[in-house]
Design a protein around this ligand. Structure first.
Ligand SMILES: C[S@@+](CC[C@H](N)C(=O)[O-])C[C@H]1O[C@@H](n2cnc3c(N)ncnc32)[C@H](O)[C@@H]1O
Length: 183
């Protein structure tokens, strides 16, 4: 737990994903957004500050405690059925939680279930350990989400070693994709 605390505190000070502004604008103030694997909450606080209603989910309790009362907080694993009603979110964000998800197809099915038609999912992930290149990361995303979601864009990004919010250093290949549920 001590290690998590240090990690979460580091992420608390991290800058949000550069793709969040676009997501927040597309969804609009008041939109209900599920953030899976919120961690230290760098993205949660951005979305909440932009006037979106954020539900932050994490498998670990420590980050949820650190997050405070800026949003609804749910402790649960995303490797099982998500504890939410169908079609209950306008948007979803997964920034580097997918990296750790084992049941990826079930996860994609669950995200599709909880999103409203026309909803948006911003997915960002790398591989743990960092052994996959961009092509392999994209294949992993298409294997999980293919047939369930339309890929609106796929961006090949990088982040620095040990610092996933520093995208200025081309060290670790990662992927960012914007998806919408298929009918
Ligand atoms: C690398 S951190 C990213 C944190 C945050 N999204 C960010 O971008 O700063 C990954 C987060 O996913 C959470 N996580 C890992 N596996 C998970 C699972 N199966 N269900 C829910 N959360 C999970 C971890 O506890 C951690 O908070």
């Amino acid at each position: 737990m001590q290690a998590w605390s240090a990690h979460a505190r580091e992420l608390l000070g991290g800058s949000p994903s550069p793709r969040l502004r676009e997501l927040a604008e597309a969804l609009g103030p008041g939109a209900r957004v599920l953030e899976v694997g919120c961690g230290g909450g760098r993205n949660t606080r951005y979305l909440s500050g932009a006037g979106l209603e954020v539900v932050a989910l994490d498998v670990a309790s420590e980050p949820l405690l650190l997050l405070g009362a800026c949003c609804e907080r749910v402790r649960a694993t995303a490797d099982f059925h998500l504890p939410f009603a169908s079609s209950s979110f306008d948007g979803a964000l997964d920034s580097y939680a997918f990296t750790f998800i084992a049941e990826r197809r079930l996860y994609a099915m669950e995200l599709r279930r909880v999103l409203k038609p026309g909803g948006l999912l911003l997915l960002e992930f790398d591989a743990e350990p960092h052994v996959l290149d961009h092509e392999e990361l994209e294949a992993a995303a298409r294997e999980a989400f293919g047939g369930l979601f339309e890929f609106l864009y796929v961006k090949r990004i990088y982040h620095a070693w040990g610092c996933l919010y520093d995208e200025s250093r081309e060290e670790i290949p990662a992927l960012a994709a914007l998806l919408t549920p298929l009918k």
